[in-house]
Design a protein around this ligand. Structure first.
Ligand code: NAD
Length: 455
């Protein structure tokens, strides 16, 4: 089926008002949940073929989040979609005011490859829950996962409601030549700009979920072993190919050596040293493998640095004595390499972080509330965790998204529903009373009364 044909069908289907029915939305979400459960083994196999991701990781970081999002939407759909009353004020007496959430219409969701299921399905769940049609374009870089999604969705949902279009730049460019009521994009800031420009031609609203270099502050008062444990998990999950992974660590100089050693011990405990293990994901392709290997400064390796191109494997790698001017500090790393920068002066370090684009996430390990508050106040970033890393993403009560170059808008839970809805504001007035004040002829007395009422 051609792209224009599907878009036309989706437009017609939305205008039929079928998706306005809450029962229809509920049925479709339950159907999606059922289909994913029935096809779990296909989903596990596909993602494993793409980049060696284990069943455990796939469940924990992809499917469990998707199921949770469906359950949350099913539980709250009525509440989220019902009109909300608000006050009107004396001047508007005896009217009432309320806000009706309504679906935006035909939506396009473009996904990234690194979490190919949750980055496409979670926004799709929000869009369907809010009563939209969905055209989904997964990343071609996780080709098998993309194929699995197309197989599951296109065989089971009417194409005029929910459809997967596979492909890369050409297909996305062709899609962007059409008018949508919402575009939701997850990917790099560079491509985000292309999407934003295309959307601007039709003034299409966008949510852009982008990347960035996420700083992590480790202060001398934090328990070193526990900090290392949480950071090693967060950084090397998905082999560092996580948008909210800690990109670099800023550690107080006084604990630099003991912190580095604790990270090394933790890596050795969790991963077989220099060996390929089932628990550890591969790099998505050789282009990214080569890019990452080039980022490893051999003189600065504290641990790791082992790479096998045929297997697209890079062992968990920590670089020491790094400074802000190093090559690795230029762009988002997006792989299993963690540069560690020692610092002594917090104000100067905050200024360095602020000289870079606003990150998607930031992490602070400290028991000192003043230092934590200083960072939270002074640095702008999408979201983060204190004394942990990545885990804020798992709470669907927290809107997830970036700021500045790391993104526009947010989703997860109600934030997702809202980002696929228009909030229609209504003032409703009965006929039995009319205040004469606003009508001519005007007078000084009327003006002072209006002033009293409206200020
Ligand atoms: P990418 O920007 O290369 O690709 C994302 C999508 O855009 C893909 O579907 C791809 O087919 C499409 N695309 C690529 N080039 C295009 C072009 N020229 N024109 C139109 N469409 C194009 O990103 P990626 O490599 O898939 O993902 C990695 C990036 O995504 C990282 O920067 C990461 O931080 C970010 N990311 C962000 C989040 C988040 O939630 N904020 C989540 C995951 C990944």
């Amino acid at each position: 089926m051609n792209i224009e044909g599907i878009i036309e069908k989706q437009r017609g289907f939305f205008h039929s008002n079928r998706t306005k029915d809450i029962r229809y939305r509920t049925e479709q979400l339950k159907k999606l949940q059922q289909l994913l459960k029935e096809n779990e083994s296909l989903l596990y196999q596909a993602i494993n073929a793409d980049f060696g991701k284990s069943m455990f990781d796939t469940f924990m970081t992809e499917l469990s989040l998707v199921y949770h999002e469906i359950n949350k939407a099913l539980k709250n759909l009525k509440k989220w979609s019902s009109p909300k009353r608000t006050t009107s004020g004396l001047f508007l007496f005896p009217g009432k005011s309320y806000i009706i959430p309504e679906p935006l219409g035909n939506t396009l969701i473009i996904g990234a490859w690194n979490y190919p299921y949750q980055l496409t399905l979670i926004p799709a769940i929000s869009a369907l829950a809010a009563g939209n049609t969905v055209l989904l374009k997964p990343s071609e870089m996780a080709a098998e996962s993309s194929k699995a999604l197309a197989h599951i969705i296109n065989r089971n949902f009417p194409s005029e409601y929910f459809y997967v279009i596979e492909g890369g730049v050409d297909e996305t460019t062709a899609l962007l030549n059409n008018r949508f009521d919402k575009i939701f994009f997850t990917g790099s800031s560079q491509v985000g700009k292309i999407i934003y420009e295309a959307a601007s031609k039709q003034l299409t609203p966008v949510t852009l979920e982008l990347g960035g270099k996420n700083p992590t502050f480790v202060f001398a008062d934090s328990p070193i072993k526990m900090t290392a444990k949480r950071l090693v998990w967060a950084k090397f999950l998905n082999a560092g190919q996580t948008c909210v992974a800690p990109d670099y660590v800023l550690v107080e100089s006084s604990i630099e050596q003991s912190f580095l050693q604790a990270m090394k011990d933790e890596i050795e405990m969790r991963f077989d040293k220099n060996k390929l293990t089932e628990n550890y994901t591969r790099i998505i392709n050789t282009r990214n493998f080569d890019r990452l290997v080039n980022l490893i400064d051999q003189n600065k390796i504290f641990t790791g640095g082992f790479a096998n191109r045929a297997e697209r494997y890079i062992s968990p790698t920590i670089l020491q004595c790094v400074s802000f001017s190093d090559h690795i500090m230029k762009d988002e790393i997006f792989g299993p390499i963690l540069p560690v920068i020692p610092f002594t002066n917090l104000d100067e370090t905050i200024a360095q972080v602020k000289s870079k684009p606003k990150p998607l996430a930031c992490y602070i390990f400290s028991k000192d509330r003043r230092k934590t508050a200083q960072i939270l106040t002074e640095i702008s970033f999408g979201g983060g965790s204190i004394n942990d890393s990545v885990m804020h993403l798992a709470n669907t009560n927290l809107p997830f998204g970036g700021v500045g170059l790391s993104g526009i808008g947010s989703y997860h839970g109600q934030a997702g529903f809202d980002s696929f809805s228009h909030h229609k504001s209504i003032y409703e007035k009965p006929f039995w009373f009319e205040l004469k004040l606003k009508y001519a002829p005007y007078s000084k007395r009327k003006l002072s009364l209006i002033k009293w009422l409206l200020e």
